[in-house]
Design a protein around this ligand. Structure first.
Ligand code: ATP
Ligand code: MN
Length: 482
């Protein structure tokens, strides 16, 4: 290993007048004298000062935006403003040229849409550098949070034969020759001949398998990729996204909500501490972007204030029924401003309703509980029918400003008859899920869990409007580039 020092460490160094070796990519080179060098370790560039009078002009020409270079020189206190220290170059080596005529990243502001088309290079921008450092910290903090509490990290399968939600938005997994799959006598595709001897798909959630783990290990969590073939071209849906799914034995819905709220606060605080500079940069970026908008569309808080606010306040907890009452009486509903007017009890909330509750009514994160049984999955614990004959389940969704649903969870139905009854009603094959039902046959206990969409969390913390900008290589309808 050479004595290379990363720019982050160098900028934090207390020492000056020492020889250093730095390596990175040229962001800009101005006046034939000042290189702004970045190696991804931090948002800040290092200023490298070139003694151009004593440098080969051919080398100076190759100091172009995007070039990879190695510099050895003296770390000195900087006289210029904007940086405490800089490196006076003694020797510069070009490791990889970058033709400025062809390099797609110019030293100017590019649109996020354009950068999505060159996702292989967008890591080199300040914005994406910041986003992916924050993403990294959040992932680490998730593990730290659970590990500190004795949770077991459980790897649930990526290929499954079950569709956890019964939503049917799955990607099939097969090794058939699609033009000529084996057929049964009836002319149907013969999945007995397929690799797994049955139809399989990419997982939409690790929950069902996670529950099996919790029924022995007490507290588990998964953190892995999930896949949904949903054709929604929204700013909050991906076809491949990462989900964190804890499952806890002996937890009820309140314990579940407490854990989710603590987790969110813990990881946001971790990123605020660890990535202060990146979040400051993203806050500024967002503020600049907001200035383009009309006053009434601008957010009341800066990104960093929004994050701090989220740490300092309890999430508002209320039932679906209470939320419907608020929405029914709300000004936009009375003035017919909602695209989907709130008419009665029982339908799912649209994102306009969630946003009203979070952004206008409570102005803070909200946890909605006890949703109508009709609109939720089969495994959620059924409440007693209420005085109005309403049937609800012990579900909870956490709604965040600007994001909408960030967490979906529930206390699980541990009573075998209730669960089987519900599966029958919903047409979910009990024989296929025999293993899931076994946990209700042998040592069933109250338990709960939730799913946190990792990209939605990264969106919240980075303030990015589009989920496609918080995952390195987004997968969405008609796109699997890179
Ligand atoms: P939505 O109503 O927003 O589609 P959902 O009800 O389908 O969400 P769940 O099945 O409860 O979501 O999944 C748990 C979490 O996973 C959600 O709260 C959300 O944070 C995240 N999530 C769900 N679908 C996607 C997706 N397509 N892309 C990214 N994250 C997602
Ligand atoms: Mn969905």
């Amino acid at each position: 290993m050479s004595q290379r020092i990363k720019i982050k460490a160098l900028l934090e160094s207390e020492q000056t007048d020492i020889n250093v070796i730095v390596k990175g990519w040229v962001r800009t080179f101005r006046n034939n004298q000042f290189i702004a060098l970045n190696d991804g370790s931090t948002n800040s560039n290092l200023q490298v000062v070139v003694d151009f009078e004593n440098t080969d002009p051919a080398l100076l020409k190759r100091l172009t935006t995007g070039a990879a270079i190695s510099v050895s020189g003296l770390l000195v206190t900087s006289l210029g403003k904007g940086q405490k220290v800089e490196v006076k170059a003694k020797q510069i080596e070009i490791l990889g040229d970058s033709d400025p005529e062809k390099y797609p990243l110019q030293p100017k502001k590019h649109s996020l849409e354009f950068l999505r088309e060159i996702a292989h290079l967008r890591f080199r921008t300040s914005t994406f550098g910041a986003i992916f450092r924050v993403r990294n910290s959040l992932a680490f903090a998730v593990h730290q949070f659970f590990q500190n509490r004795g949770f077991i990290y459980l790897h649930t399968p990526i290929i499954t034969a079950s569709d956890a939600e019964g939503a049917g938005e799955t990607f099939h997994v097969t090794n058939f020759d699609l033009l000529n799959p084996p057929k049964t006598e009836n002319g149907e595709i013969d999945f007995k001949e397929d690799f797994f001897g049955r139809p399989t798909n990419l997982t939409v959630s690790g929950q069902l398998e996670g529950e099996l783990g919790a029924m022995a290990l007490s507290d588990i969590y998964t953190f892995g990729p999930t896949f949904r073939a949903e054709n929604s071209n929204t700013t909050r849906h991906l076809a491949e996204f990462w989900m964190i799914e804890p499952e806890m034995a002996f937890y009820d819905l309140n314990d579940n909500m407490d854990l989710a709220e603590e987790l969110l606060k813990y990881v946001i605080k971790y990123a605020l501490d660890k990535n202060a500079e990146d979040i400051q940069f993203l806050t500024q970026r967002l503020e600049d972007e907001e200035k383009q908008k009309p006053q009434q569309d601008r957010s009341e808080m800066l990104l960093i204030e929004k994050l701090q606010f989220c740490l300092d306040n309890d999430f508002e907890r209320l039932t679906y029924t209470e939320a419907i009452d608020i929405l029914k009486e709300s000004t936009p509903n009375k003035k017919k401003k909602f695209q989907y007017p709130i008419e009665g009890w029982g339908t799912d909330l649209q994102s306009e309703h969630e946003r009203y509750l979070v952004e206008k009514h409570f102005k803070k994160p909200v946890i909605l509980t006890d949703y109508p049984k009709q609109i939720k999955a089969f495994y959620m614990r059924q409440n007693e029918v209420d005085a109005n004959g309403r049937e609800t389940v012990r579900a909870m969704d956490i709604l965040f400003p600007g994001i909408g649903e960030i967490v979906g969870g529930s206390q699980r139905e541990e009573r075998l008859e209730k669960l089987e009854q519900r599966m029958d009603q919903m047409g979910i094959p009990k024989d296929e899920l025999w293993w899931y039902l076994d946990t209700r046959r042998f040592g069933a206990c109250p338990h709960a869990g939730f799913g946190l969409g990792f990209e939605r969390l990264v969106q919240f913390v980075t303030g990015m409007g589009n989920i496609r900008d918080v995952i390195p290589f987004p997968r969405f309808p008609k796109n699997a580039e890179f």
